[in-house]
Design a protein around this ligand. Sequence first.
Ligand code: NAI
Length: 525
Amino acid sequence: MQLQASKARALSLSLSLSVLKITVLHAFPAPCGADLGHLISKKGKMIKICCIGAGYVGGPTMAVIALKCPLIEVAVVDISAARIAAWNSDQLPIYEPGLDEVVKQCRGKNLFFSTEIEKHVSEADIIFVSVNTPTKTRGLGAGKAADLTYWESAARMIADVSKSNKIVVEKSTVPVRTAEAIEKILTHNSKGIRYQILSNPEFLAEGTAIQDLFNPDRVLIGGRETPEGQKAIKTLRDVYAHWVPEDRIICSNLWSAELSKLAANAFLAQRISSVNAMSALCEATGADVSQVSHAIGKDTRIGPKFLNASVGFGGSCFQKDILNLVYICECNGLNEVANYWKQVIKVNDYQKNRFVNRVVASMFNTISGKKIAILGFAFKKDTGDTRETPGIDVCKGLLGDKAHLSIYDPQVTEDQIQQDLSINKFDWDHPIHLKPMSPTSVRHVNVVWDAYEAAKDAHGLCILTEWDEFRSLDFQRIFDNMQKPAFIFDGRNIVNGNKLRDIGFIVYSIGKPLDPWLKNMPAMA
Ligand code: NAI
């Protein structure tokens, strides 16, 4: 059945490729923008794209461009040799459903992963920059402002090695008006070369990245409102037009594009914090957050998506981008606006603390020396990404109360978990070889490769990621092998609390009416 489905997918992909080739040959528009008109005259010359940064964004986005535009040569470059080696192997550096298939179809044809950064940058017509933009940990704006070190070094390198006009595309999420700074770096070192800077923020969601890239809600391209700027916008627009319907490609000025990315993430995170705030009130009043979400989501002005209560949001972007937004507001003297967005993060932290407190309070106010099973460590299902995962804060909270943890996640390695639990806040967002080393493995943390093994002899079990496989576990078997009373704390509302109670568990599900046991053991956040 699965084989048939994948064959059907492969067939439809190869059909769409052959159609694309025809479209491309006849209708591929001339690149323009930073005066790339020379390409028109050289018939048959491939347009070259180079992407600096082979991460969660650079890798998948460029693979999809290569797949959809067979006449464009795409090189993805990175300073991390290990990452590039992984992109060139059978074990890609990131787990993303559908990614393997896409990469295998074009790698070595018109998609290349390389550490020869300068060569590919100098040959490219369009350069995407998709490098880390971490939160600053020191100096001015520490804890909030975006650290543009990697961006600036990429821009200086582009200026150093370029011998022809270029379109430089901001793919990383950057503070509003970053393009202006980049423009200054490039033009001050330009040697007569002309650059156009575009902002083309990425809206993909990890776990569904390939689906999102194939069928985006929108592609946003911001550029200068000059004839050259508009030409550059058109060049990039024409790349996306190979597969994205024209009406979904939105063009704007540079600052709107840059700010829209921060605004989109702030709105999405705000929705999660809103429903999570509601979940606390549900527990206090006997309401059921799933029923409340269902009822309010039916309002077409609100809509049903992003209304699942959980242990908190994670991922590399939400917190970082909101902090960045807060900093920009403060820099512009907009303190009330800054405080408004800060609250989204505060509620997220509150939700994680509340969960930990609930675990501790339920288990007689002490988890010292008790084994707690942790199911799921990635920040959401279908990704191995653990950046800012709520699992980090929850596990640190439980360890702070002296619990012994046994952690299982289907996609996250032991090394990754140990590193996440020992690294300082914000220190994760750097190229691999520049990350501070984690000292030793964290005490009282055991990482296992099986949910049943994790739960064996445990006093409590916490579900922190909504992996599908957790829904169909044999909970009777788990119960039989746990200490009694056996507790389940469902941080994602994916298991049926009533069925688990019938087995004998004491169950806590976020935002659901509380078991009598839990009511008598209130957890103050
Ligand atoms: P990542 O950490 O997975 O990848 C960044 C890559 O850039 C690393 O492999 C690093 O080695 C490389 N790099 C850094 N400086 C470099 C340089 N000077 N030259 C060559 N390579 C360099 O990060 P990710 O997740 O791909 O994010 C990149 C940007 O995209 C960030 O600004 C992020 O906020 C943004 N973004 C991320 C999304 C996500 O879901 N991960 C979604 C939308 C935007």
